[in-house]
Ligand binder design. Structure first.
Ligand code: FES
Length: 119
C-alpha cells in the first residue's frame, strides 16, 4: 500500500487508489474540502515535497489555471494514492478560522475524471 507522509514526519498507509483528501481526513489531519471534492473550492490544496503524480484530472487543471495556482499546489481531492508521496496540507480549520471542513468527499473521484499530464 502507498505511504502518505506529511512534512512533519507523520505517515500513513493509504488504501491503493484512495483519494488523498480522504486518507488525510480519515487520519484526523486538519484539511479543508469545502466543496466536497468536486475541484471547485481549492481548499483541499496541498504542496508536494516528494512523489507528485504526473497525471492530473482536467477538472483540477482547469480550476488551478483559473485561480492562478497551476504549478504551485495540487488539489488533494483530485489525487489518487497510487505511490508513496510526501505532502503538506495548506488550508486547515485552524488556519482559516472555520468550524466545518466541508462535506466528506465520496470514495470515487468527482467529477468523473478525464486524465491529462500535469504541466
Ligand atoms: S477542490 Fe474542493 S475539496 Fe478539492
Amino acid at each position: 500500500m502507498p505511504i502518505v507522509r506529511l512534512k512533519d514526519g507523520r505517515q500513513f498507509e493509504a488504501p491503493q487508489g484512495a483519494r488523498l483528501t480522504l486518507v488525510l481526513r480519515d487520519h484526523n489531519i486538519d484539511i479543508l474540502h469545502r466543496c466536497g471534492g468536486y475541484a471547485r473550492c481549492t481548499t483541499c490544496r496541498v504542496s508536494f515535497l516528494e512523489g507528485e503524480p504526473h497525471k492530473m484530472t482536467q477538472a483540477e487543471y482547469d480550476k488551478l489555471s483559473e485561480r492562478g495556482l497551476l504549478g504551485s499546489v495540487r488539489l488533494s481531492c483530485q489525487i489518487l494514492c497510487e505511490a508513496d508521496m510526501t505532502v503538506e496540507p495548506l488550508m486547515s480549520l485552524v488556519s482559516q478560522g472555520l468550524d466545518d471542513p466541508g462535506e466528506r468527499p465520496t470514495d470515487n473521484l468527482t467529477p468523473e475524471p478525464v486524465w491529462r499530464d500535469r504541466p
